[in-house]
Design a protein around this ligand. Structure first.
Ligand code: SPV
Ligand code: MN
Length: 626
């Protein structure tokens, strides 16, 4: 087939679909498609355009194939993933590394030739008798410096449907760009499916990232984080591209935070999965521009940011009418929503923490479910999976930011790094500057693994900038790129560290779920020079008096001095131990960690030791007011 890819495609596609491909003048694209068709041998190839009819066809086919089932409310459907396919699968997600290249040891990898042989072997003939949907989409707003065209071939109409909810349509962009489209490509197959249309060979699940070719293979899986290629698979490729081109691709939300006299400031935030990222981005009264992946570019000395996506694939557990009114509204009214891995009874979805009693039986990811049901290892099966999710378009939210599709992006005022740290970091603090913030909060981000990653929960780990799973370049290079990016800006965004998970000695959380809104408004005031701060060895923390009115207004609470003291006490032994863990991590895993990282951490350590000498192990913020 070498060479004449279009002629080959002509023999495999009907004339209507062929003409849609022929209309795109891009030989690399034709090569990718010809290879995908020859390898997977689909019964039919369907080329989607951006037309409403094609969008509707996907929606209809997701129901017709049985990958989704309609629920009671119009536009709502449910999809189930397999028992062993309920999250991103780190174990079988590997980078294909060519012989002459190397990646940090902490990244899961396999030799390119060996990996290609394996994954392509698994995909041989995998679409026989099925339709291969060819989807053209874009990351970032269309016709913009941020925009990256992507093509995904998939035999899943659930994946195709998810693409429509979460990303911008890109067929016209491919046509417009022609040979200029430097695109990412993804080839996905559900592999063998059982009678419920669920991938049923989890032991053959593979997600292999051919980062030197901007291509990804995903097989024997349906969970969107493994299959909707524009999400975490393309993020890995975006990081490589950003590295080559001098910008940043980040695992961050984007939101507009409102301040005095109706002003609006844009914030980005990096939080590992299930650490409060989406709930921060959705705080009522603010506007959401994205909840997962942001691109930053330095444009004329300004930090401009855009959302790579246009929808949300969010965790549904604990979403309830009272705490999450905006998304609750979307999930309970006629809208296009795909629920996944919830419990369904009489065509209604249920999830844990929704504030409504769960039925004792129904259908879930395990099939027919009843209270007390156990899995093959004898463990109880939850009615809904902890990582059950919803997929919606951002513009179905009442507070979607109006600049979502602005090709210029928005100017960023601040970046937040949020971990899950029971012991050391205060709930909110501001870095002393760009480098300090990047190192002390971003590169030091500690979390516990959660259910969003298969097989591990509650294990403490460092998750550098919350992006470590996706960094396909040397980790030290990635840190350096972040540090260097600040040098391109006239006034870099302020950097903050937050921690919603600090606990007291008895193990109780020191903060309420709504307190995050107070921290956010305090950060907004800092951006505009309207709040004071107290210097502690790890950053700048709020003054009690600035927080009192914010607590009253945003949570209705009279904020007690004792609460403030407990939350913002500098815990010196815990902070020293944290620095030790962070340094060890970087020494062991980041062979090329920039020297400035150890310098900044060393100075921080010294500041902590000096404070201990003066005040002892635990220092109340009240003592430090000057
Ligand atoms: C995350 O786990 O960080 C997510 C969901 O945003 S996934 O698509 O699985 O990556
Ligand atoms: Mn994410």
């Amino acid at each position: 087939m070498k060479g004449d890819y279009l002629s080959y495609l002509k023999t495999k596609l009907d004339s209507r679909n062929y003409s849609r491909i022929e209309a795109i003048d891009n030989p690399r694209l034709h090569e990718f498609l010809a290879d995908a068709v020859a390898l997977c041998r689909p019964g039919t190839v369907w080329i989607s355009t951006d037309s409403p009819e094609d969008v509707e066809y996907t929606r209809m086919m997701a129901l017709k194939t049985g990958e989704e089932t309609a629920l009671e409310i119009e536009g709502h459907t449910v999809h189930f993933d397999g028992m062993e396919d309920q999250g991103r699968d780190r174990e079988v997600t590997r980078y294909l590394v060519p012989e002459n290249d190397r990646l940090s040891e902490s990244l899961n990898q396999v030799g390119r030739e060996e990996g290609l042989k394996e994954v392509r072997g698994l995909m041989e003939g995998c679409m026989e008798g099925r339709i291969m949907a060819v989807r053209f989409m874009t990351l970032g707003p269309n016709d913009s410096v941020f925009s990256i065209p992507c093509v995904e071939c998939t035999d899943s109409f659930y994946v195709s449907h998810s693409l429509n909810l979460l990303y911008r349509l890109g067929y016209e962009e491919f046509k417009r760009l022609g040979q200029k489209a430097g695109f990412f490509s993804i080839l996905h197959s559900c592999g063998k499916m059982d009678s419920r249309m669920v991938s049923c060979q989890p032991e053959k699940k593979r997600i292999y990232i051919d980062y030197t070719k901007d291509n990804v293979y995903s097989v024997n899986t349906q969970y969107a984080g493994n299959t909707v290629g524009l999400k975490k698979l393309a993020l890995r490729l975006s990081i490589c591209k950003a590295d080559r081109e001098g910008w940043l691709a980040e695992h961050m939300f984007l939101m507009g935070v409102k301040g005095k006299n109706g002003r609006n400031s844009y914030f980005a935030g990096a939080f590992p999965s299930a650490c409060g990222k989406t709930s921060t981005a959705m705080l009522p009264g603010e506007t959401i521009m994205g909840d997962d992946i942001a691109y930053f570019r330095a444009v004329e000395g300004k930090c401009m940011a855009a959302n790579a996506e246009s929808g949300i694939f969010g965790i549904i557990q604990n979403i309830n009418r009272k705490d999450d009114p905006i998304i609750w509204e979307v999930l309970s009214s006629p809208n296009e929503v795909i629920f996944s891995n919830v419990l369904v009874k009489e065509r209604k979805p249920y999830w844990m923490g929704m504030g409504i009693d769960m039925p004792g039986e129904g259908e879930n990811f395990s099939g027919k479910w009843y209270r007390g049901k156990k899995d093959s290892r004898g463990s109880g099966i939850n009615p809904a999976h902890k990582n059950a999710r919803y997929a919606v378009m951002l513009n179905s939210l009442g507070n979607c930011d109006p600049e979502l599709n602005n090709p210029q992006g928005v100017e960023l005022s601040a970046i937040i790094y949020g971990g899950r740290d029971a012991r050391a970091y205060v709930p909110v603090q501001q870095g002393f500057g760009w480098d300090h913030g990047i190192i002390s909060y971003g590169a030091s981000l500690e979390t516990e693994t959660t259910f969003a990653i298969i097989g591990k929960e509650g294990v403490s780990e460092i998750n550098l900038m919350s992006i470590q799973d996706f960094v396909a370049i040397e980790l030290g290079k990635y840190i350096k790129n972040n540090l260097d990016f600040g040098r391109k800006l006239d006034k870099p965004p302020l950097i903050f560290g937050v921690n919603y998970f600090l606990r007291d000695r008895r193990g109780e959380f020191l903060n309420g779920i709504r307190d995050k809104h107070v921290w956010l408004k305090w950060m907004e005031m800092r951006v505009h020079g309207e709040a004071g701060a107290i210097e502690i060895p790890t950053g700048l923390i709020p003054i009690y008096e600035d927080l009192v009115p914010l607590f009253k207004r945003l949570t209705g609470k009279d904020y007690a001095r004792d609460d403030y003291a407990a939350q913002f006490t500098v815990r010196i032994p815990e902070n020293l131990a944290k620095i030790e863990r962070v340094e060890r991590f970087h020494r062991q895993n980041v062979s090329d960690a920039p020297g400035i990282l150890f310098e900044i951490l060393g100075i921080q350590k010294k500041r902590l030791e000096e404070m201990r000498e003066k005040y002892g192990d635990y220092v109340s913020p009240e003592k430090l007011r000057s």
